[in-house]
Design a protein. Structure first.
Length: 350
């Protein structure tokens, strides 16, 4: 019996102890607001500059967050001298261009999820990171949360025995007019929401070796919902689903020979994890309070700052190779469901 008697404590360091770097915010949209609020509340990181396609929007964001420098183009932003790392928070079809221009300008990058719209694009980002020697990581913030470190320790110690399967869903409701309905921004739930389930299952079980996917279009012109069953090495499997039609109970269930772990809803945010022995005789809970992005986005920034200050080019929490593996599964799901970015004028290979 390997089922633990108690849960480990998270090893996640205090974000305030990370060396303070100078951050530039590229794309002052919704998530950038949460990211800056999280940094300013929970770290000693310096938000030094913000860049927008519009100087007015950059200045408005800068005055809301007390940021010294606001510029009206991304070219000007990456050329600034007093910046160490760029946080790319533009829509996902632009991540390749914006990550590459930042690294070519000598800046490290933390790129919002998904790091790109296809595995091909992610490979290009990884190649530029290797050539320029800049730090580069996908801001898959959930994997940087203390709760994920607790889960990792339980699994690494064999606490659930041999893993059998992972089941997870991510759905939300979006108002008409949200960018998720825009095909030109690679809309639909797969990349915005499905990125999380795909990251979970591939980081827990490894690459998808086979995929069986199906989906249904939304009347507004993008895919509306889809599901996939995937086989991974060692006789394991995952079942994932994503929808833009509403809020299911967004949990992760991880089934092993000795027990079951449940990452409670909302799985991508701070919150509790419960593990129950296979015979259901013992239940242990890691009681992280439910939180939001502002309470959790800072962990990835602190990790990036620590790695950059140490001269490292990646974080083991989200290697570029792991982002590529997620996107390979995403590419195959899209192929089977018939989601074409080319129809919307997007070049997923360039
Ligand atoms: N980690 C999380 O929890 C989380 C949550 C939400 C979103 N995200 C990710 O963050 C990225 C941005 O999402 P968001 O919800 O913040 O989007 P958003 O509110 O629309 O903001 C995106 C920003 O990018 C800039 N931009 C550059 N090119 C653009 C274009 N062609 N169309 C529209 N905006 C463009 C815009 O700023 P300017 O025009 O002023 O430069 C805009 O404010 C996405 O990749 C998404 O997947 C992550």
């Amino acid at each position: 019996m390997t089922f633990p008697q108690a849960l480990p404590s998270p090893r996640t360091p205090d974000s305030r102890d990370a060396p303070p770097l100078r951050w530039a915010i590229m794309g002052p949209g919704w998530i950038a607001e949460q990211f800056v609020a999280s940094l300013q509340a929970h770290t000693t990181q310096v938000v030094a500059a913000v860049g927008s396609r519009s100087l007015d929007r950059a200045q408005a964001f800068a005055s809301r967050h007390d940021i010294a420098t606001a510029v009206g183009s991304y070219d000007e932003l990456v050329a600034l001298d007093d910046v160490d790392v760029v946080y790319v928070a533009t829509p996902h079809p632009s991540h390749l261009e914006h990550a590459v221009m930042s690294m070519e300008a000598g800046k490290h990058v933390l790129v919002e999820k998904p790091i790109a719209i296809s595995a091909d694009q992610a490979r290009q980002i990884a190649a530029v990171a290797a050539r320029t020697g800049q730090f580069c990581a996908e801001a898959l913030w959930t994997l940087f949360l203390p709760k994920w470190d607790v889960l990792r320790q339980v699994l690494d110690a064999g606490g659930l025995g041999e893993l059998r399967s992972v089941h997870t869903v991510y759905g939300e409701h979006f108002p008409d007019g949200h960018r998720i309905f825009d095909p030109a921004l690679a809309g639909g739930p797969l990349l915005d929401l499905g990125t999380y389930p795909l990251a979970y299952v591939t980081s827990l079980l490894g690459p998808a070796r086979s995929v069986a996917a199906a989906g249904v279009p939304d009347v507004r012109g993008v895919n509306g919902q889809l599901g996939a069953t995937m086989l991974h090495d060692g006789g394991t499997m995952s079942v994932v689903a994503t929808t833009l039609h509403g809020w299911p109970r967004n949990e992760i269930t991880i089934i092993g020979s000795e027990g079951v772990a449940t990452v409670e809803a909302l799985h991508n945010s701070p919150g509790p994890i419960t593990i129950t022995s296979a015979d259901r005789g013992v239940t242990l809970t890691y009681d992280e309070p439910h939180g939001d992005q502002v309470g959790g986005l800072h962990f990835q920034a602190a990790e990036a700052a620590r790695r950059i200050a140490a001269g490292e080019r990646e974080t083991p929490i989200r290697l570029l190779s792991a982002s590529i593996i997620s996107l390979e599964a995403s590419d195959e799901i899209r192929r089977q469901v018939g989601i074409s970015f080319a129809e919307a004028g997007l070049d997923e290979h360039g």
